[in-house]
Design a protein around this ligand. Structure first.
Ligand code: KG4
Ligand code: ZN
Length: 344
């Protein structure tokens, strides 16, 4: 079984994972999150420099944890996009260097396809067809997936403006909660009443496109509510009510997409899939609709190296040709397949 080294550096996480036969042999993760916290968002230059410092130690850690050496690596997969240009470049350059020196193929892969692939580690091979709801800091998409390595990815709908994670991060700032906002809102919402404020469920009207999203208006609705509010801000209630609006909107559309396309499996992935309410509501609604829900463990939902290695393994197993070492980072790569520039 080929052993794949995966490298992820698209945002503020330096992730390295080693996967073989659908099993995570070892991984390591460093984050520059704390260095960005005082700016309220990721600063690309800081992230890129942090990747440069962390990458080699993370590769060493992951190899140690897997109990293997460089000679055991059969292929290298690295995120080639989308993401912060300078950050992606660090991991992709490292991936090329490892591939070249080890004499193994390089796969420049699509970050979002990695988010979907990682569920294999938790729940085994993906079904022939599935609907994937990818919800991250930069993207929100409902997709129709076939074979992730071979088939083109079909976009049912994307977000017209802010991504779901971006909305969490922005609303957290409005509430005076720290960056990253998603986990902070998730925690604050535990003590809040999700019915305290009825925030809008964007793009859910009968005339709206059924699988598209828009979160910028919801963020503005929270901002207006806060502006109008007198007295101490009920942070927990607003957090819970906002979270409920996002969870309701996401899961409603995802279940409708499965039903309309006669797909039995929903794959819920990306950083926002770590959200406790999004997970719970998805479980409840999928169970009611007879849909099998697959959600990776929270630590595999947020950016990590294992997801890139898992996708790399799919590509290797499918006999997909490797990327040329001249491959450039593509910061705004559209999701069309597993590799950058795919389908093949
Ligand atoms: O997939 P990801 O780690 O990175 C990107 O590819 O963007 O997603 C990061 C996003 C951030 O916006 C973060 O606030 C959000 O995922 N996030 C969460 C939670 N954990 C991370 N959002 C809601 N609830 C969470 N528990
Ligand atoms: Zn991501």
């Amino acid at each position: 079984m080929p052993v794949i080294l995966g490298i992820e550096t698209s945002c503020d996480e330096t992730g390295v994972g080693i996967v073989a036969d659908g099993v995570l042999l070892g991984d390591a993760l460093a984050t520059s999150m704390d260095e960005h916290a005082r700016f309220g968002g990721v600063v690309p230059e800081i992230a890129a420099r942090a990747h440069l410092h962390a990458l080699t130690p993370m590769v060493t850690h992951a190899l140690d944890r897997a109990g293997i050496g460089f000679a055991d690596i059969d292929a290298v997969a690295a995120t080639a996009g989308p993401g912060l240009a300078t950050a992606v470049q660090v991991g992709l350059a490292a991936g090329k260097a490892y591939a070249l020196t080890l004499g193994v193929p390089l796969y420049g892969v699509h970050h979002l396809a990695g988010h979907a692939a990682v569920d294999i580690l938790d729940h085994g091979p993906l079904p022939e067809r599935s609907v994937a709801l990818i919800v991250s800091g930069g993207h929100t998409s409902l997709l129709l997936l076939g074979d992730l390595a071979r088939d083109p990815v079909i976009h049912l709908g994307d977000t017209a403006d802010d991504a779901a994670g971006e909305a969490f991060d922005k609303v957290a700032r409005l509430l005076g909660l720290p960056y990253p906002g998603g986990p902070a809102i998730d925690r604050a919402a535990r003590d809040g009443d999700p019915a305290a404020v009825t925030f809008p469920r964007p793009m859910t009207g009968p005339a709206d496109p059924p699988y598209r999203f828009s979160f910028s208006g919801l963020k503005t609705a929270v901002a207006r509510w806060i502006e109008r509010h007198d007295g101490p801000l009920p942070v927990a209630d607003v957090a819970a009510s906002f979270q409920e609006a996002v969870a309701d909107t996401l899961t409603r559309k995802a279940v409708a997409a499965c039903r309309d396309h006669h797909v039995e499996t929903l794959l819920l992935v990306g950083g926002v899939a770590a959200n406790s309410r999004v997970r719970a509501l998805a479980e409840q609604r999928c169970a009611a609709a007879g849909i099998t829900l697959r959600v990776p463990a929270p630590r595999l939902c947020t950016d990590n190296g294992a997801m890139i290695a898992t996708l790399g393994e799919l590509l290797v197993s499918a006999g997909i040709p490797p990327s040329p070492l001249t491959l450039g980072a593509d910061p705004s790569a559209l999701l069309t397949g597993g590799t950058i520039g795919g389908p093949h």
